[in-house]
Design a protein around this ligand. Structure first.
Ligand code: GN1
Ligand code: MG
Length: 368
């Protein structure tokens, strides 16, 4: 457990006096707390986060992106007649009027309004969930369609550059700095055997054959809040990696987390598979919102986007395991190894179901 940031909390413009603070265990990177306050207007909750600067090396640029994107979305949601305080994140400024706090030690903190009456799910409970959450990510992409991409900072260069991720992985295998490669031989071989397939998306982006868009880049199923009453995907969370990218990445990472029949870190590979029913629900929701905006190649390549991101995530988890668990927070030994095994099991399953996945995409694309 982390210490409660008692020095930090009074520096934000929270409404009322603090009644409770809890650490929130979700997410592999930042430190997150829920702050509850009490005022004459009633109780209120906020999310308070410390930005992990080992991962996010340009926190000012990252926050500038978030300020811009949330402002842009707020205006867009208002013009659509929606409720911006529920449909996008709202930054709570510091008492000094800044959108985030930098401490004398150089730590970066930010706070958001807590969105009530909705929650993020760790496990998929029904295809309907997936359909609604996929719509939320699709809507997010659609709403940012005319966002000026040139105004965005690249906060993590080459974040989804799969060939570079592959190179870094090969380096981790070669270095084997913690003498762990012998435990992961089968997974390493699986990964290496696919090294020649990493370039398709980045090459097409470079050649202008796929459009560069403003994308979320971390579209995990648990990064969508689902409304407790309507069941709709209300708000997309975790805007840290909003950057220029490909819609294929956003679709792909959602499939990675949403279509898996087990948890990301499932220790028993027999429980891991890529459900075509779940995949179907995701495609239906995603294309319902984005079909008008996607190019024919983007649409046709959606299954490839899923393959690429799941494979890339396997490389990243396994590389981190070999590097000694320095990037992703772990809660038990070998968790990154289990995470990697899950990803590669999904990759293998998707390779077998490639034809069926393509037919699902064609079916929903034809309806648009
Ligand atoms: C990290 O912290 P979280 O769970 O939002 C990672 C993503 C990975 C994900 C794997 C900045 O996201 O890229 O897909 O873990 N974020 C960063 O679960 O590297
Ligand atoms: Mg994230």
């Amino acid at each position: 457990m982390l210490p409660i940031p008692t020095q930090i909390i009074p520096q934000f413009s929270f409404d009322g006096s603090v009644a409770d603070v809890r650490q929130c265990q979700i997410g592999h990177i930042n430190d997150t707390f829920v702050v509850q306050t009490q005022s004459a207007r009633g109780p209120r909750r906020y999310i308070l986060q410390r930005i992990n600067q080992r991962v996010f090396r340009q926190p000012d640029a990252l926050m500038a992106n978030i300020v811009q994107v949330t402002e842009f979305l707020r205006r867009k949601i208002e013009s659509e007649g929606g409720d911006p305080q529920r449909e996008t994140l709202t930054l709570i400024p510091t008492k000094a009027g800044s959108p985030y706090l930098v401490t004398p030690d150089g730590d970066y903190w930010r706070a958001y309004l807590f969105i009530e009456g909705a929650r993020a799910y760790q496990q998929v409970e029904s295809p309907e969930h997936l359909y609604q959450a996929a719509r939320a990510f699709g809507r997010f992409l659609r709403r940012l369609d005319d966002f000026p991409a040139e105004d965005m900072h690249i906060t993590i260069p080459d974040f989804h550059h799969t060939p570079k991720r592959f190179q870094a992985f090969v380096q981790a295998v070669d270095a084997d700095a913690h003498n762990r490669a012998h435990e992961a031989r089968d997974l390493i071989d699986f990964a290496l055997a696919r090294g020649d397939k990493t370039g398709a998306i980045v090459q097409a982006l470079d050649a202008g054959e796929l459009p560069l868009r403003v994308t979320h880049n971390d579209t995990k199923f648990d990064n969508v809040l689902i409304d407790d009453v309507s069941g709709e995907g209300v708000c997309v969370l975790d805007l840290d990696t909003v950057m220029p990218g490909s819609a294929l990445y956003d679709f792909g990472d959602f499939v990675r987390t949403g279509a898996n029949t087990a948890a990301e870190d499932e220790p028993d590979p027999a429980r891991v598979s890529l459900s075509l029913d779940y995949f179907d629900a995701i495609v239906r929701g995603f294309l319902q919102e984005t079909a008008g905006a996607l190019t024919p190649r983007e649409t046709a390549w959606l299954p490839l986007g899923a393959w690429m991101i799941i494979y890339e995530q396997g490389l990243r988890f396994l590389g981190d395991y070999l590097n000694g668990d320095v990037y992703y927070r772990i809660h038990r030994p070998r968790q990154n190894l289990d995470r990697a095994r899950t990803q590669f099991k999904l990759v293998a399953d998707l390779e077998e179901k490639e034809e069926a996945a393509a037919r699902i995409v064609e079916r929903y694309a034809a309806r648009r």
